[in-house]
Ligand binder design. Structure first.
Ligand SMILES: [Zn+2]
Length: 167
């Protein structure tokens, strides 16, 4: 940046400012958009019966890259973390319950982190959604592709073992 000549740094600065001013959270799912509703929520070709719950809007990007999921998303904006003074009321959890109530999903997939706060948030949401006739699932956690058993930590191995599938 310092070495570049002319207009380039100004153009980059203008782009960042413009993005900051025009990009906002989708009113429905919390993903990034310049309109009221994001492209994913507005896409009628996507399945309307599956909802994938993530912590941050940035978590949606890697999931979209896999092309393995063609349903809807809901970003919580974080996770329950008493140490950081983040409670359920600080997250988009009541919005999630409202969507489950009104949008007729048959499956809610929880794709939160596999650490202590992620587990606490997952358990909290499972309890909240129990009264609804919706199947609640979670993404599998375990060993990374290409990783050997000897390099995995105990929690990862435990989750890989408890989440095993029948062949
Ligand atoms: Zn959206």
């Amino acid at each position: 940046m310092v070495q570049s000549r002319g207009e380039q740094p100004r153009a980059i600065a203008r782009s960042i400012i413009a993005a900051r001013e025009t990009v906002r959270p989708c009113a429905l799912c919390g993903f990034f958009t310049t309109a009221e509703i994001c492209d994913i929520c507005a896409d009628n070709t996507r399945a309307a019966d599956q909802l994938c719950v993530v912590e941050q809007p940035t978590d949606i990007l890697p999931l979209e890259k896999t092309s393995a999921f063609r349903g809807r998303y809901h970003s919580l904006g974080g996770r329950i973390s008493p140490l950081d003074h983040v409670g359920p009321e600080d997250l988009r959890i009541s919005e999630l319950v409202k969507r489950v109530q009104s949008e007729g999903f048959t499956e809610v997939i929880l794709a939160l982190a596999a650490d202590v706060e992620g587990e606490a948030t997952t358990n909290y949401i499972v309890e909240l959604l129990k009264p609804f006739t919706v199947t609640i699932t979670r993404i599998a956690h375990g060993l990374p592709a290409g990783g050997g058993l000897e390099s995995a930590d105990e929690l990862t191995l435990y989750q890989a073992l408890s989440g095993r599938t029948k062949l």
